[in-house]
Design a binder for this molecule. Structure first.
Ligand code: TYM
Length: 333
């Protein structure tokens, strides 16, 4: 219907720089699935972001397709959502360049993720690693996204994206929708099982649960999860970071509230609690793993999804990009 109000739009993405983790599921994908009916959604596999640190080419190619299979297996419906691979839509790089000319060196220098990653990759601090948040801003702004569901670690980048958009709109009149981050109450920052002071990350195989881990692997990882010398199962982030993280994972996996979880394990020790968390995660991930294994056997289907996704994305991206090109003064083609 012509005068039907446009549904609000979502954009989000994950780097295929490693296997998908329980952290990216709880911080991001779970909400993508929950929001897919209410919003017009675009979900991307951001391979151009992944090459900001060195990748093995064959692995990157395989993971990009595997990640699409896992998105679908998590419950994202390719009929409802646009899903594509970032490098298939060249408008991201084009808008990224333009926005880089409206971003301050000082702003990028303040990004905490840049500071962390440049320490981790001290021998290879590339210009791409530095300007990465500009490409992320282009991802979001190309589609005029209203909402960006991400984990807590990406909030600063979404805020920078708003600042860039606001600056551009101020100079050239309204061009970009200002996006809001959407950060879940439970699971916004899943911590490492081995070191609960650090974020769970794909580059830390022991502290991290991968969506494709088999049940015995998941049980082994939870068995070795760091707790503390008490026995009480209670949420206290300061003094009991390990147990609090496990409780959060349990709640995010089962949909229970923190009070319900604490009550359930009251008077029980970690010997009961840890296997119960492992079981909840095993049951959460089992159907996802099985479905993505099935989808991986059907490469033609996956190709058709990402090709169609890229076509639809290009159509939308072009609308914004041509407007931007005209506004900054590029000659008509
Ligand atoms: P990436 O690939 O590091 O992570 C993907 C998503 O998962 C969330 N996440 C977590 N959430 C909770 N606990 C954790 N331990 C955890 N680890 C990861 C992240 O917050 C993120 O939502 N720059 C982005 C990718 C990106 C993007 C975008 C996101 C590129 N363009 C545009 C949104 C919109 C990144 O590196 O995420």
């Amino acid at each position: 219907m012509e005068n039907e109000a446009r549904k609000k739009r979502i954009f989000s993405g994950i780097q295929p720089s490693g296997e998908l983790t329980l952290g990216s599921y709880m911080g991001a994908i779970k909400n993508w699935v929950a929001l897919q009916d209410e919003y017009d959604c675009i979900y991307c596999i951001v391979d151009m972001h992944a090459i900001t640190v060195r990748q093995d080419p064959a692995q990157l190619r395989r993971r990009s397709v595997a990640q699409l299979a896992q998105y679908i297996a998590c419950g994202l419906d390719p009929q409802k959502n646009i899903m594509f691979i970032q490098s298939h839509v060249p408008q991201h790089a084009e808008l990224g360049w333009i926005l880089g000319c409206y971003t301050q060196f000082g702003e990028l220098s303040r990004m905490t993720q840049f500071k962390q990653k440049s320490q981790q990759h001290a021998d290879n601090i590339t210009a791409g690693l530095f300007t990465y948040p500009v490409l992320m801003a282009a991802d979001i702004l190309l589609y005029q996204a209203d909402l960006v569901p991400v984990g807590a670690d990406q909030k600063q980048h979404v805020e920078l994206c708003r600042d860039i958009a606001q600056r551009f709109n101020g100079v050239y009149s309204d061009t970009f929708t200002l996006p809001e981050p959407f950060i879940p109450k439970m699971g916004a920052r899943v911590m490492s099982l081995g070191n609960p002071d650090n974020k769970m990350s794909k580059s830390d195989p022991d502290g991290c649960v991968y969506l494709m881990d088999k049940p015995e692997e998941i049980r082994r990882k939870f068995k070795r999860a760091v707790t503390d010398s008490e026995t009480a199962v209670r949420f206290d982030k300061e003094n009991k970071p390990g147990v609090s993280n496990l409780l959060t994972i349990y709640c995010a996996a089962t949909g229970k509230t923190m009070e319900e979880a604490e009550e359930e394990f009251a008077g029980q020790g970690y010997g009961v609690f840890k296997p119960a968390v492992a079981d909840a995660v095993v049951e959460l991930l089992r159907p996802i793993r099985e479905e993505s294994e099935r989808l991986m056997a059907d490469k033609a289907y996956l190709e058709s999804v990402y090709r169609e996704g890229a076509q639809r994305a290009q159509y939308l991206a072009n609308k914004t990009l041509s407007k931007v090109q005209r506004k900054v003064g590029f000659a008509a083609r």
